[in-house]
Design a binder for this molecule. Structure first.
Ligand code: GLO
Ligand code: MG
Ligand code: MG
Length: 412
């Protein structure tokens, strides 16, 4: 094949994307509670070792493209759309009014707002650092984000306290920092109660998001489990208003079974929101789009969520690869990710209703006949052959993933 002229590359990418088939219409995509962040498509590909590869993008563009793809909900950090210096000023109100117009124009809803507490120099020592003025500012920022959420009609507010920790141990008393951090969340909940009452709206669902590494050297609340302990620690004035926004990759990063992390959140009634993406264990936060690394694990995760009737948002918290162009972000990256999610979600439904898995699971729960709980050997003997069903169920999941249950065969 000879070199592809630049002016023919978009057409080639588009033709091959079409050729992949298996695409859902925007109407079908809109049936799912999929939320699109401002920051994902507008990520320019920059990082410590990387110069940007894509041009900046306005919220109007992001909303327009989401609407065309069939993503109903938009979410944002406060400073993705309002420069830090413009917060708390009339500029904030002007921009908020423009956001509302744009949401309306493109038929989108704002599902969630989140405060940026990791990027600006003000957070150099974290959002709960020693200076009382800094902490006062942090409280104002959280309360302001809650107010923005109510103004935009959001139901959720997310907190990823990325800088809650330190690079060098010794200067910080962790217990004190956690108490100070709790004061910030308490201020957000207090503001929420007041505003919700005034506006006659429900209060927001406050969702904490953990990440084990980055951008601090050591993190004080590195996992969703640590955050559950924090929520139930007695430090929060309104623990009933606060839950979790686990992120698939953030749990995987520390080596967890994501499914088990989500299960622990579910049994606590705290799985409010879910950031979806993919990546590798014990590596940095690569934020790859869902299903490109761990499709079988993803299927398993969605089986758990479907079986337990999870009704919250699936938030596309990923980073388009640096190799994907601006055109590719909206024609390849986002639509294929959404479609893989929908496919995996529907497959999870097939897993739940699969007669083989159902009968195998029921048999395991019935247990082997004739087991005597007072006799260890009889319990072992009664269940020995039944337990092979564990592996059979895993095989069946693989078959469902590759479509074998719908006729794909191994015959060559
Ligand atoms: C970064 C986080 C980040 C959060 C966002 C919402 O690793 O995943 O994208 O999800 O700040 O609070
Ligand atoms: Mg996230
Ligand atoms: Mg991430």
């Amino acid at each position: 094949m000879s070199g592809i002229p630049q002016e023919q590359q978009i057409a080639l990418v588009d033709r091959l994307t079409q050729a992949c088939g298996g695409r859902y219409s925007p109407e079908v995509r809109r049936r799912y509670f999929i939320t699109g962040p401002q920051w994902a498509p507008s990520y320019q590909g920059q990082a410590v070792f990387h110069a940007p590869v894509r041009p900046p993008m306005t919220f109007e563009t992001v909303m327009e493209e989401y609407s065309k793809i069939g993503i109903n909900y938009w979410c944002t950090h406060d400073t993705d759309v309002i420069p830090t210096e413009d917060l708390f000023t009339p500029r904030q109100d002007e921009i908020t009014a423009r956001i509302k117009d744009s949401l309306k124009k493109h038929g989108l809803k704002c599902s969630m707002v989140t405060a940026e507490t990791f990027h600006h120099p003000v957070w150099a020592a974290g959002p709960a650092a020693e200076s009382p003025e800094l902490r006062e500012y942090a409280k104002r920022r959280l309360a302001n984000t809650v107010a923005l959420g109510h103004e935009l009609g959001a139901q959720f507010c997310v907190y990823w306290p990325g800088m809650l920790g330190y690079y060098i141990a010794g200067a910080v008393d962790e217990t004190q920092t956690l108490r100070w951090f709790a004061e910030g969340i308490n201020a957000a909940c207090a503001a929420d109660l007041e505003i919700a009452k005034k506006k006659n709206r429900d209060t927001l669902k406050h969702c904490m998001e953990a990440k084990p590494f980055e951008p601090q050297g050591e993190i004080l609340l590195p996992t969703s489990d640590a955050m559950l302990a924090f929520i139930f620690s007695g430090l929060l004035a309104h623990p009933e208003m606060v839950g979790l926004n686990p992120e698939y990759l953030h749990e995987l990063m520390w080596g967890a079974s994501v499914r088990a992390s989500l299960a622990r959140a579910l049994v606590c009634g705290k799985l409010f929101h879910f950031d979806i993406n993919d990546g590798y264990r014990l590596k940095h936060d690569v934020d790859i789009a869902i299903g490109l690394v761990n499709p079988l694990d993803w299927l398993n995760v969605l089986v758990l969520l479907r079986s337990h009737n999870y009704k919250g948002p699936f938030n596309l918290d990923y980073k388009p690869p640096r190799t994907t162009s601006r055109h590719g972000v909206f024609t390849v990256s986002i639509p294929t990710m959404v479609d893989r999610f929908i496919t995996l979600w529907e497959m999870a439904g097939e897993v739940i209703s699969d007669p083989i898995i159902k009968e195998a699971t029921d048999a395991l729960k019935a247990g082997g006949a004739g087991a005597n709980p007072a006799d260890v050997n009889s319990v072992v003997a009664a269940n020995r052959e039944l337990l092979s069903l564990h592996e059979l169920i895993a095989h069946r999941l693989f078959q469902i993933l590759i479509g074998a249950h719908r006729g794909r065969t191994y015959n060559l």
